[in-house]
Design a protein. Structure first.
Length: 651
């Protein structure tokens, strides 16, 4: 081994040894988290997803310009790293080379040459975006600036190395067209200078790589290592349920997350995977309306808090850890979330923000009794009346007066159970929606029934507000009733009820085929059982409910219903999976907005900007919030209607 090889061996060993130690430490910090995470499985699908979202950069490319910049740098690094590895090995053994690959080696050299300059251009584009355009979500990060400087320096050192090498040995010229152009600029007829330059920039490149390897564990570019595993281990289902707590487990004495380690290792892996791109913040309704919640900042605050408490976590001295709320995260941050999941859908590395917020809420509510004052009234009503509102359960079926609708107890031979929900049963405006839907079911000659006064709230508001025990009490009561009547198929006009019955009741033994009324009505239209007249002449826009769209992937059926009556919806600025929340999810329907602008007003403004005379909805909460928004904006000429009302009017 030459002295150069020996020196490189010492430097590389030191760099990799240090990085390895740092990564081992991070691994042990992950391992010492105690919270439960989602079960794994479906390995074939995970591998396919990994190829599409890691190698294919599918999620990253959802935003075209930054996606192209990132993908160029990503693939550039992958291909160029082959040449870097060859440099490392040939420094240790001067007689070793990849030239045994034959023609493929020269093709690889040409590809590396082109990618060097493309990555350099991508770095310049990233700098332009970061320093000139300065999108708010991206923020200002000295860490990111250093990484861009390192990346640009790496590419420049390769380019100069190749330029000098081609002057010394032009045999490679035809395979490296871009570096050949640079070599002409460097030409001065001094072979010794080219030999020195080639050697010098090779060492500059290798030292930068080793320095980069040592810097990564300390920087946001730790996502280079963490994003792949985080993507591979992501929740594969588009639909999603909250984690269920076992109250029967005698070993569980802590409900929710009080300390950092009460969250799961997957939650902690999310922190490391964060690229700080700001896409989550850009779409967050709370952040857009000046609330203290930024999904990006929440993840970074948890990450930095974990780094601050690293030694305590490694020592497993859990009792010495401070509360999450006593660290960098405030209660206002946790209670500002509407659980819309816009942040999770936008995230290119599949961070799950809502799980962390829900678990922190659970601790605040069930362990510390810390929650907004109006929430106490909601919990009391749900405990005593089975509904978030102070109405008697004996009046739950009064909405159906005069419609001759039977209960399942009276008529067990049915095609589907109509789950009315609390808003449909008690809210005067939403009673009209359920009556319209029931009328459509009758027109289609569907055999249906209701539970009547035996129905209780699904428990969704209690669960989203952090009261898991109350949720499970209500859920088990409903499941018992549904099992007694052997209900198999359910339809509901409330996306929150849909999500709870379909995705969350199975954990407690309630397994049903559940439809939203948009799905069911679209199916009845397709079957010819409902025949709408296509004479709706007014302009219309459709608001995507968060729990219908992002939580359950239902986007097309409501629009199909609108088109069936002759309406051609004008899309708002934010629609489909980027739809802006109405502000009522996550229990916020029953909480006041004391900070910033009201979310429902922001969404109403987007609807009014379309110029549509009708705003169509498919959720009782959205109907209420947008109706209030229209009234607040004094847009008296604009109607807010549920799709069932529109269809019933035209059928």
């Amino acid at each position: 081994m030459t002295w150069e090889g020996f020196l490189f061996l010492i430097l590389a060993s030191s760099s990799l040894g240090y990085s390895g130690y740092r990564f081992q430490t991070l691994f042990h910090v992950l391992k010492n988290h105690r919270g439960k995470t989602h079960p794994l499985g479906n390995w074939a699908e995970r591998v396919q997803t990994a190829f599409l979202d890691i190698l294919g950069q599918r999620a990253v490319l959802r935003k075209k310009i930054p996606g192209i910049i990132h993908t160029t740098i990503f693939w550039g690094f992958l291909i160029i790293s082959i040449g870097t590895l060859e440099q490392f090995i040939s420094t240790l053994n001067p007689h070793w080379s990849l030239e045994f690959l034959g023609t493929f080696y020269w093709i690889l050299m040409g590809l590396q040459d082109c990618l060097t300059y493309l990555v350099l251009l991508a770095v310049l584009a990233a700098c332009y975006r970061r320093f000139i355009l300065r999108p708010e979500g991206l923020g200002q990060s000295q860490d990111a600036n250093r990484v861009l400087l390192l990346t640009g320096s790496l590419m420049l050192s390769i380019a100069l190395m190749h330029g000098c090498e081609l002057q010394r040995d032009p045999a490679w010229a035809k395979w490296m067209p871009l570096s050949r152009g640079l070599s002409y600029l460097l030409e001065n007829g001094n072979p010794e200078l080219y030999a020195f330059g080639s050697h010098f920039f090779k060492w500059i490149h290798m030292l930068l790589v080793l320095g980069f390897a040592m810097y990564i564990p300390h920087s946001k570019h730790l996502h280079i290592v963490a994003a792949g595993p985080n993507t591979f281990l992501k929740n594969l289902k588009k639909t999603k349920a909250m984690r269920t707590i076992s109250f029967e487990d005698p070993e569980v004495s802590q409900y929710g997350a009080s300390k950092l380690t009460d969250l799961s290792w997957k939650d902690a892996l999310d922190y490391y995977a964060c690229t700080e791109c700001g896409r989550c913040q850009d779409v967050c309704p709370a952040y857009q309306t000046q609330k203290p919640l930024s999904p990006k900042k929440l993840i970074l605050d948890l990450k930095h808090a974990m780094q601050d408490q690293k030694e305590t976590i490694l020592a497993k001295n859990y009792e010495a850890l401070p509360s999450i709320i006593d660290l960098r995260v405030t209660e206002d941050v946790i209670w500002a979330c509407t659980s819309c999941r816009a942040c999770e859908i936008a995230c290119p590395v599949f961070i799950e923000h809502t799980d962390k917020i829900f678990d922190i809420r659970r601790n605040l509510v069930m362990m510390e009794s810390r929650f907004p004052p109006e929430v106490q009234t909601v919990f009391k009503n749900m405990e005593n009346q089975g509904t978030p509102w102070a109405f008697s359960p004996e009046t739950r079926s009064d909405w159906a007066e005069g419609l001759s609708i039977k209960t399942v107890a009276e008529n067990p031979e049915i095609d589907v159970l109509l789950w009315v929900g609390c808003a449909g049963a008690y809210d005067e405006r939403n009673k009209k929606v359920v009556r319209a839907f029931a009328s459509l079911l009758k027109k289609a000659q569907v055999k249906f029934a209701i539970l009547g006064n035996e129905e209780r709230c699904t428990g969704d508001p209690a669960r989203r507000m952090g009261n898991e025990y109350l949720y499970q009490t209500l859920a088990r009561s409903n499941i018992e009733v549904l099992q007694r009547y052997q209900v198999k198929k359910i339809v509901t006009s409330c996306p929150h009820c849909l999500n709870t019955l379909k995705n969350e009741y199975p954990d407690l033994g309630g397994h049903y085929e559940v439809f939203h009324h948009a799905q069911y009505l679209a199916m009845l239209i397709a079957q010819g059982k409902i025949k709408p007249s296509k004479n709706y002449e007014e302009s219309i826009t459709f608001h995507d409910s968060c729990y219908l769209g992002r939580w359950n992937g239902i986007y097309q059926e409501p629009r199909e219903i609108l088109r069936s009556v002759g309406a051609n919806p004008v899309e708002m600025k934010s629609h489909h999976q980027e739809s802006l929340c109405c502000g009522a999810g996550g229990g916020r329907m029953w909480m006041e907005e004391h900070l910033g602008k009201r979310i429902n007003l922001a969404r109403t403004e987007q609807a009014l900007e379309t110029g549509a005379s009708t705003i169509a909805t498919s959720c009782p909460f959205c109907l209420t919030m947008l109706s209030d928004g229209v009234q607040s904006k004094m847009a008296t000429q604009t109607k807010v209607l549920d799709i069932a009302e529109l269809l019933n009017e035209k059928s």
